[in-house]
Design a protein around this ligand. Structure first.
Ligand code: NAP
Length: 306
């Protein structure tokens, strides 16, 4: 297929582009930065610069493609996430860019559309597993993800294949949030996630995101959780960090940080034990790092030069 990838240079895109090329697709990869064109070419893609907020320019590029994978996001760093307006650009991307791309895909008669979304749309379910049947309960920060999902559902109702990937929390060596979390834990002994220590965090290693995007082109239309096999209790995750850093334990600042972040941190403080059986069943995708228990120690060791 001729596939257009937006957000091609981000954590999701930089795995997705090579995975799509390896699967035999002809990939066009979008970036706003001409400096990144060479990088995109080195992954086997054809680079393109588009203003995704311009509907006409977007339509012009999309019309030559059979599929679009929309991975553009603008997630604020941990230190900015609680500030006023920090999520505004991400909301604009979710709402306007998704709509422009879908309009282009419909006009150009594309058959497939893959939209990055986020598992934080689900409610707190304590110890219970969360599959795709669980009704979302968004916060102000995740509302726009559901709006993007609704636009994709219209694409599917039009007789095409719209696939929404509700990703768990990314972590990996190339993710700025991961670097910040390791730095905070190493310097100040602060635990890397906020919320009830008995609550669950669902994760996915950066290496497994791109292959999931490529696999999504095989999936029937629908919404899928994309997450590793073993969501951990926060206390377990914090113990993994403490051990990797050689500390007896880390300080749980969850309640303080949640208060500082106001409503913006509510979604990440929930207990969410996401299940991946649905996506695995339709695509055969398997995470290469099944548990954050094994994924984090080498990342921490590498960053700390241990
Ligand atoms: N599920 C999750 O947990 C999740 C999801 C997404 C991100 N994150 C985290 O957020 C942090 C930042 O993510 P990231 O490194 O992927 O970077 P990012 O800043 O979120 O950007 C991601 C991609 O979106 C594109 N983009 C951003 N703003 C755009 C705009 N206005 N118009 C068009 N394209 C735009 C960028 O393309 P350009 O080449 O044009 O800059 C880039 O390729 C990381 O720590 C990551 O792990 C987490």
């Amino acid at each position: 297929m001729r596939v257009l990838v937006t957000g091609a240079t981000g954590v999701a895109g930089r795995g997705a582009v090579p995975a799509l090329v390896a699967a035999g697709h002809a990939v066009t990869a979008a970036s706003r930065s001409p400096a990144k064109a060479e990088l995109l070419r080195s992954w086997g893609a054809d680079p393109v610069e588009i203003d995704l907020f311009d509907p006409t320019a977007t339509k012009r590029v999309v019309r030559d493609h059979d599929a679009v994978c929309n991975l553009a996001t603008h997630i604020p760093s941990l230190t900015r996430a609680g500030l006023p307006g920090a999520w505004k650009e991400n909301d604009r991307i979710r709402r306007l860019v998704s709509a422009n791309l879908i309009a282009g895909a419909v006009a150009g008669d594309a058959s497939h559309f893959v939209q990055e979304s986020i598992g934080f749309v689900y409610p707190d379910r304590g110890d219970e597993w969360i599959d795709e049947q669980v009704e979302p309960h968004p916060t102000a920060v995740t509302e726009s993800a559901l709006e993007a999902e609704a636009i994709v559902a219209r694409f599917t109702r039009d007789g095409r294949t719209g696939v929404v990937l509700r990703f768990a929390q990314f972590y990996g060596p190339g993710a700025i949030h991961s670097r910040q979390a390791v730095r905070m834990a190493a310097r100040w002994g602060i635990a890397p996630s906020i919320g009830d220590p008995h609550g669950y965090v669902s994760s996915i290693h950066g290496d497994d995101v791109g292959p999931a995007v490529a696999a999504a082109l095989q999936a029937p239309a629908g919404v899928y959780n994309v997450v590793d096999d073993e969501p951990l209790r926060r206390s377990e995750l914090h113990a993994v960090f403490a051990e990797a850093l050689g500390r007896r334990q880390l300080r749980e600042l969850g309640k303080v940080l949640a208060r500082l972040g106001g409503g913006k941190s509510e979604a990440v403080a929930r207990s969410q034990r996401l299940a991946n059986a649905g996506f695995k069943a339709v695509t055969g995708w398997e995470p290469s790092v099944p548990s954050a228990r094994d994924g984090w120690p080498p990342i921490i060791a590498d960053q700390m030069g241990l």
